[in-house]
Design a protein around this ligand. Sequence first.
Ligand SMILES: [Zn+2]
Length: 235
Amino acid sequence: MSDELEERIQTLAQWIYEARNLVVFTGAGISTESGLPDFRGPYGMWTRRDKGLPPKPMMRPWESVESNISHIAVKKLQDMGKLAFLISQNVDNLHLKSGIRPDLLAGLHGNITKLRCTRCGKTVKKSAGLFSCQCGGKLVSSVVNFGESLPQRDLGLSFEHSQRSDLFVVVGSSLVVTPAADMPREALRSGARLVIINQGETPFDRHAHLRFHENIGEVLPRAVKILKRLMGMFE
Ligand SMILES: [Zn+2]
């Protein structure tokens, strides 16, 4: 690892250590190391669609997809009491699978393993095999498709926490879709530091206080390890 990268990771760890309201924002990039396709990367679903190609077939069955070291690094932030809130564009359930507390997570685009009540907005596991909610409302897929409105609770909480954050860390999102792109803007407006860990460019690159183009798995777990030391915790 280059000294220069090591230094940036040190800075990230230091900033997380100093943060009182850390908000992490994740996109498809955090899950690519679990074997899920990215959307905007060179082999991403949308890139392929734009070229008229079908999506790459899933390498393995959905249920066998596991959280990777980067999901686990975010979970460790929660365990260390450093994670104020997690906003995710991913529907893959891998944050919850890694042990993230549901009350600390906003899933902007829903969750592939869950159904949502069209009347009260409550979500239930798809595997429960229910068709209607306790309130009598109809249960439908919780995954938000293009053009559909986002879940209000998740959206509201995301804005609230972005505005309150003093450190906003983007992980694996190109920040091109709104309202995703509105969150870092809210954070910056409130004076937060902005860190972006994403291989491709983002419209916020010139506003970022710290920028990583490296693999997420190369950066985040290492930063958490350094943070542990800063907090006087040992493995
Ligand atoms: Zn209901």
